[in-house]
Design a protein around this ligand. Structure first.
Ligand SMILES: NC(=O)c1ccc[n+]([C@@H]2O[C@H](COP(=O)([O-])OP(=O)(O)OC[C@H]3O[C@@H](n4cnc5c(N)ncnc54)[C@H](OP(=O)(O)O)[C@@H]3O)[C@@H](O)[C@H]2O)c1
Length: 300
């Protein structure tokens, strides 16, 4: 049997990076975690074995999340900075290259971790010029190592195609660019059985991006659904565990959020069973395009 600690130690290769980076397959999502609760929750998660944390400028808890990670690392000398993977996201895309650089630098400073493992554009909002300028500004932190990998979030197929073609023409321009742009490593989007996002998943596969599944528990909105109930009874686990396991078996990095220690421990305790192909297909079949929060994947 695989323990929750072993599940939390699982890492996937992060594509499109210069050095061979890996990313924990289960992260703790930090959305809607109030700043005053963040340090205690992140510390409890680290003690339970979580090594990946998903923050954002928007969540207003970068300082608290980074501070808790830093404190935990200094009180656990057997761990080093590279054992923990910290993600944050740019809230507002902008056509001001310098403006984005200032905003990104603030996030890097706020977490006090020396570097950010993965920095994402939180959404495609703001229009084409703002998206591409912001991506270029993010990438300017790669040579110094202050950011290790880049990604996007809530990008639809059109935004992905646009970015990949921009990167291609930037890298092949004459005279050669000051620094080449990497392809994004990930696209973080809402994915769970009630919103399976097949077209965006296909585009990510085509461009070689890893998928990060946000709201993997569908925010609890479909707990009690007859199929979920029946599958969880058969595998003798909770409905939340079925959803996390479904995400993992699809090969996503999954980001379940809980502020409660017993839940965040249980949500990662998904190594003791494997969902059969038949049940995976039944779960896949629950797609209803459920949006739990927002969906800017069609933004102009
Ligand atoms: N890029 C984006 O635009 C975007 C958007 C949304 C989310 N995200 C990321 O994805 C993460 C997860 O998404 P999410 O927080 O929206 O939704 P989620 O992880 O699907 O669900 C979280 C909700 O489920 C509850 N919960 C957790 N475990 C449970 C359990 N075992 N039984 C019953 N209820 C449980 C939590 O409450 P308690 O805390 O009280 O346990 C919370 O209300 C976020 O935290 C964030 O990091 C990114």
């Amino acid at each position: 049997m695989t323990t929750s600690q072993e599940m939390l130690a699982r890492r996937l290769k992060l594509p499109n990076t210069n050095s061979p980076l890996t990313i924990p397959q289960i992260h703790l999502g930090l959305y809607m975690l109030p700043p005053r609760q963040t340090a205690a929750t992140v510390t409890a998660a680290l003690s339970a074995g979580y090594r990946g944390f998903d923050s954002a400028q928007w969540y207003n808890n970068e300082r608290e999340a980074g501070g808790a990670i830093k404190a935990y690392l200094s009180s656990h000398p057997s761990l080093s900075r590279s054992d923990v993977f910290y993600t944050t996201k740019l809230r507002d895309n902008s056509t001001s290259y310098e403006g984005v650089r200032v905003s990104v630098a603030k996030s890097i400073d706020a977490c006090e971790l020396g570097y950010v493992d993965l920095f994402l554009l939180h959404s495609p909002l703001g229009g084409q010029e703002a998206r591409l300028t912001s991506y270029r500004a993010l990438s300017s932190f790669l040579p110094s190592g202050q950011i290790r990998a880049l990604g996007v979030s809530n990008f639809g197929v059109r935004h992905l195609d646009e970015l990949v073609s921009f990167i291609d023409s930037h890298n092949n321009s004459t005279p050669p660019p000051e620094f080449p742009l990497p392809l994004p490593s990930v696209n973080q989007i809402e994915i769970h059985p009630f919103n399976t996002q097949l077209p965006i998943r296909a585009a990510c596969e085509r461009h070689g991006l890893l998928l990060e599944a946000y709201a993997p528990l569908a925010r609890g909105m479909r707990f009690g659904h007859p199929v979920l109930k029946e599958v969880s009874a058969r595998y003798k686990c909770t409905e939340a565990q079925v959803l996390v396991r479904w995400s993992i078996q699809h090969g996503f990095v999954t980001l379940p959020k809980s502020a409660r220690t017993e839940r965040l421990v249980a949500n990662a305790d998904v190594g003791g069973f494997e969902i059969s192909d038949e049940d995976m297909k039944r779960l896949d079949g629950l797609d209803e395009g459920l949006v739990t929060d927002w969906d800017p994947t069609d933004a102009p």
